[in-house]
Ligand binder design. Structure first.
Ligand code: T1G
Length: 651
């Protein structure tokens, strides 16, 4: 006996049939739901009492779209187009009542109804492009007919939803229901019956007007400004362009294009990443019922680049923040950094009063005993183990007994820091990625004695900071930097064989990275990783030869590239290659294709990722991919080093 609630409940209020879609957590249209929904619609269209139908979602939204997990296998009928066809043959008005979200196939089903009403907070969109897909159930044909080509194309190529007021203004919905949605939708349906309102089928609307003859030429030209590698953008433009055709021809064209996107490697990778992001929250040693401590006040030790960015993340998330610096001059610099950040945030659209509220949440001090009010302390001072040990010993004396002490170190031994305290169970790693205000991942690192409660609290804080927390075991470099080390080892080997700095960067950019490893290193500053390598006795003589020559990257006007004063554009510099050649004692060149260079580098990372899994440092391969996509700019449409490695380097 299946004791779950039915996927679709049918009730009647007078002559209005209300079909409630109930497929938690987001009413994704799985095969089972599509089957139940089609049957329920056919039943009420065929009965004698129903004169109008309302579709409404249970839970937090209408319908979040197709069940993304189904795309990796053959999807069985009825698919959404079949359900829409039943509704468009109906002789009774069907109203979609939208709250929360109507996304992808959910909005397409709503556009297959005769009318759409929504709560003011509802949001509607076609986010398929973010999965490397185009809409596949008529969205590229109906949306342009309802809202016009400019908005429809923007919604489909951009993938972002619009709010109900704009949807009403542009004709996507017919009414905003200010009161209780269900009752309002039933009243709307009753009025349709009373007024014998027409059965408005979107497919009967004329094809959208072309705003100007060059509209699609310009649309394609604009695409090059987006990620040049993402195929789905082009597919979306082509499918929307088909809306100029007679409806059924356009629908057929959309179906062809959609099928190709479903089969594409890019979409498989993006669909994998969609679940990978969410699976990272599932940690085998932190069951869902693990207690989580309440954190309201955070203390950040160190107001440098990372510390001030961490303080900003915490203030933006609503935490009270105590920012502790060593001396008044350092504190003044930190305060200036904070002010500069929020001034530019205001220029980017943050309201002034909100910026002030956030800034006021951060209280600066040079008195480390100010940590006594903190529920969580994040140490973010320079990567100096002795200094960190002193700080942890001081924190142990001054912080609340139940306060969690976290270090932002990217590779130092957290057990050593924990042993400087009497509370090792409360010591964890919270490794932010630079720039912390932008990077969406954070490694929550388990030291030998870290308690599950402290770790679960770290994961919860990561989520509150609107980041993707990824649980990591403690090792040299945790997850992200351990693969980074593997990448540098592979790069060193390539340089030693006579592959040039430029060849390597160009190959990785052609693969899909925004910048190559050497440009990225110049941006970060070469001295930091250089010092870290030396501290750990890791020698990369060729990679480090540039630093030995006093070239630290952008900050010194030269690194692997050179930079004109005040300009961050990396300019190829023969001097840099000459330094590497001198260090290797040869100027001979080996030529490898870009694909071979990529295979060498990503193959090394993939092998190291397998070691991480073997050592129990990463919970799953997709966690490694989430870290590298969101922490290091690995192109999401390639899935990540492990996803790509499984398909290309299976050893
Ligand atoms: N399919 C399967 N599972 C989904 C899902 C979906 N569409 N959307 C969410 N989930 C799961 C998710 O994995 C998580 O599972 C739980 O629901 C909560 O999600 C034919 C081709 C709706 C804004 O792209 O944007 O329709 O981890 O954590 O933060 O033309 O989910 O709990 O086990 O994200 O409140 C188009 C994707 C599909 C929307 C809610 N639709 N979803 O955000 O919850 S393709 C989308 C979202 C399509 C048609 C085309 C968000 C949300 P678990 P969550 P949230």
């Amino acid at each position: 006996m299946n004791d779950r609630a039915p996927l679709v409940r049918t009730e009647h209020v007078g002559a209005v049939a209300i079909l409630t879609i109930d497929n938690p957590p987001v009413n994704a249209t799985s095969h089972a739901l599509r089957t139940a929904l089609k049957a329920a619609i056919e039943a009420v269209l065929g009965d004698l009492i129903t004169q109008a139908v309302v579709l409404i979602g249970a839970g937090r939204g209408f319908i979040a779209g197709a069940d993304i997990s189904e795309f990796d296998r053959k999807r069985d009928e009825p698919l959404n187009p079949a359900i829409i066809a039943v509704m468009e043959r109906a002789n009774k008005p069907i109203v979609a009542a939208i709250h929360g979200h109507a996304l992808g196939g959910g909005l397409e089903l709503a556009m297959g109804c005769h009318y759409r009403v929504a709560t003011r907070e509802a949001r509607m969109g076609q986010p398929e492009v973010k999965l490397g897909l185009t809409p596949g159930a008529g969205g590229t044909q109906r949306l342009p007919r309802l809202v016009g080509l400019p908005l429809a194309l923007d919604m489909i190529v951009g993938g972002d939803p619009i709010a109900a007021p704009l949807a009403l203004e542009r004709g996507l919905i017919d009414s905003i229901i200010e009161g209780e949605l269900r009752a309002g939708a039933v009243a709307f349906a009753d009025n349709l019956v009373r007024d014998k309102a027409p059965l408005k089928r979107v497919r009967d609307l004329p094809p959208p007007e072309l705003p100007d003859p060059e509209f699609f030429v310009q649309a394609r030209a604009d695409l090059t400004k987006r990620r040049p590698h993402l195929q789905a953008h082009d597919s979306c433009v082509a499918a929307v362009e088909a809306s100029l055709l007679p409806f059924d021809e356009g629908l057929a064209r959309e179906a062809e294009i959609f099928a190709a996107t479903v089969a594409s490697e890019q979409s498989k990778a993006l669909r994998y990443q969609f679940f990978a992001e969410r699976d990272a929250a599932k940690v085998s040693y932190l069951p869902a019922d693990t207690p989580v401590r309440e954190v309201k006040q955070v203390a950040v030790i160190g107001g440098g680049t990372m510390g001030s960015a961490i303080a900003i993340c915490c203030a933006d998330a609503g935490y009270g923040v105590t920012l502790v610096e060593a001396d008044p001059a350092a504190l003044a610099r930190a305060r200036a950094t904070l002010r500069k950040h929020y001034d530019s945030a205001i220029k980017r659209g943050l309201k002034g009063d909100e910026a002030e509220r956030r800034l006021t949440r951060i209280v600066g001090t040079t008195a480390i005993d100010a940590v006594s009010i903190a529920d969580l302390v994040v140490e973010a001072v320079t990567e100096d183990l002795a200094l960190k040990q002193q700080i942890f010993a001081a924190l142990d004396r001054m912080a609340k007994p139940e306060a969690i002490l976290a270090t932002n170190t990217s590779y130092l031994d957290i057990d050593t820091l924990a042993s400087a305290t009497h509370r090792p169970e409360n010591v964890i790693g919270l490794h932010f990625f630079a720039p912390a205000t932008q990077m969406r991942v954070i490694e929550v690192v388990r030291a030998t004695k870290s308690s599950t409660e402290a770790l679960a609290t770290g994961m919860a804080v990561g989520r509150k900071l609107r980041k993707i927390p990824v649980a990591a075991g403690a090792c040299d470099g945790f997850i992200g930097n351990r693969l980074l080390t593997a990448r540098w080892r592979a790069t060193e080997a390539l340089l030693s064989e006579g592959i040039t700095i430029l060849d390597i960067d160009r190959a990785m950019v052609a693969f899909g990275f925004a910048v190559g490893p050497f440009v990225a290193a110049d941006m970060a500053g070469l001295d930091i990783s250089y010092r870290a390598r030396k501290q750990r006795g890791r020698n990369l003589p060729l990679v480090d030869a540039i630093v030995d020559a006093g070239r630290f990257g952008q900050k010194t006007g030269a690194g692997y590239y050179r930079y004109d004063p005040g300009n961050r554009t990396p300019l190829p510099d023969p001097e840099a290659q000459a330094i590497v050649d001198k260090a290797r004692g040869s100027t001979t060149r080996t030529s490898l294709s870009a694909d071979e260079i990529v295979a060498r580098i990503l193959g090394a990372m993939y092998d190291e990722g397998k070691n991480l899994l073997k050592d129990g440092i990463a919970e799953r391969a997709s966690d490694i991919d989430v870290i590298w996509v969101y922490g290091y700019g690995f192109p999401a449409y390639r899935g990540g080093p492990m996803f790509y490695g499984e398909r290309n380097f299976k050893r």
